[in-house]
Design a protein around this ligand. Structure first.
Ligand SMILES: [Zn+2]
Length: 40
C-alpha cells in the first residue's frame, strides 16, 4: 500500500474512523482512508 498523495510506499494504520480504516503517510503526514483511494 502506498500514499495516494506522494506515492510513498510506506503508510501506517492510524486507527479507525466511523468503522473505516484510517491511514497516515509517514512521508507527507496526510491522512486518508482506503475508500479515498478510488476517488483520487
Ligand atoms: Zn504521502
Amino acid at each position: 500500500m502506498q500514499c495516494l498523495y506522494c506515492n510513498y510506499p510506506d503508510v501506517r494504520k492510524n486507527g479507525k474512523r466511523r468503522g473505516k480504516q484510517n491511514y497516515i503517510c509517514v512521508n507527507c503526514d496526510r491522512y486518508y482512508t482506503k475508500t479515498n483511494l478510488k476517488k483520487f
